[in-house]
Design a protein around this ligand. Sequence first.
Ligand code: TNX
Length: 499
Amino acid sequence: MLGSPAPAIAAATFPNVVVPAPASEVATGTTFTLASSATVTSDDANVGGYLAAILRKSTGYALPLTVGATTPGTIALSLSGAPSSVGTEGYQLVSSPTGVVIRATQATGLFHGVQTLLQLMPASVMSSAVKPGPWTVPGGTITDWPRFGYRGAMLDVARHFFSVAQVEHYIDEMALYKVNYLHLHLSDDQGWRIVINSWPNLATHGGSTEVGGGAGGYYTQADYQAIIAYASSRYITVVPEIDMPGHTNAALSSYASLNCNGVAPGLYTGTDVGFSSLCVSLALTYTFIDQVVGELAALTPGPYIHIGGDEASSTSASDYQTFINKVQPIVAAHGKAVMGWHNIAAAPLASSTLAQFWDTNKSNSALAAAAANGTKVVMSPANHAYLDMKYTRKTKLGQNWAGYVEVNTAYGWDPGNYVSGVTGSSVAGVEAPLWTETIVTSADIDQMAFPRLPALMELGWSQYSTHNTTSFDQRLGAQGPRWAAMGVNYYKSTQITWP
Ligand code: TNX
């Protein structure tokens, strides 16, 4: 009939389930269903093995894996043919009725594509027991790459010690949300957690307790290397932190000679901060740092050694500057770049030094000046990014000195435009620190990290054009059944509708 409108064809859309939100999604409306006869091919053995292991457990299918095959399997992970827009960490995922192809330029991109594929499948795919399926994947193309190159999670193993197995468990959880740096806070007033062969008392004495007076513990150098290898199998780089000049009571207690007065203080099991300092005027202090950093650098393949530098309230301002000036070249001499809490911007910073912003105050003139001079900054504002802040007044674990951090507070800021004078290309990324004064078990870690860690990693990965609280809350809700399938002890925020 003349003038009648053409019938509307509903455009297909992907289900709104992927966290972090991908850069681009084009749905076709078709569905792929994994059959028991399906095969997996991969140009990278590690990523192929990772995917096949997860799928075999929950589907019960054989899913034979061929590495470097010329004919693609039902699920094919390919290191050729990716569009250049995906860069080094991104991927393109194409799901058609006959199978799924993920293309990337590097194994890390394939791994990120695999996380997206798993999130497009039913939640029970994450179960470690066989489930019924059907194992469907919606059809279409996802092309995805990160906004920021640094997407970190920090675990404080000093206030409470966590075993290698516990750290690996957390690594597996963070990998689901495209984290690429694990910052290990290895020393503090309450404990020193890694063996340094040239200063053995650090671990044996300094590692012998923790907050509350428990047994503490420490990593042997082999343990530390095992954590690094495990993280690397999930495309995560370890950043070790030795906090100095403050937060050093465990070291000062281990060696009387490191103290200005030559007297070793006792071990400390409380939760105060700001009372300890290395002796800035002592030559031995720098021999100590050189040897500690030397051993740590030799064990660490990643580019950064984190020197802390926070809350040095027992160090005078001029001593603090002297100290940072002396320590930066020591780290550089061992072939590493310095990372430090933003307080280090009180001293002139080397161009390779990465500052980590943690304050609740958005204006910081020293940091803005450093950024104007080329310093890159990782954003961890305590009132949005600290996983040890309570969600609400009722939260049992955690602290509240930076306020309460509910899910939408964790999500509701833009790391690329947050601290005045530290925007755009000055921002290296986002990190979610978990301090552990009140955190003791893996279930505690889960409770504080989920769902806020995925919220923060969406800020780190997703293009800011995708930022939308309504969409995010829906996608986050879709993670709940996945965490249930994995046994993650997540916080059921009332801000989210959990299906
Ligand atoms: C501040 S902010 C600290 C840590 C505490 C934390 C507790 C910063 C770099 N340091 O020493 O563990 O608060 O929330």
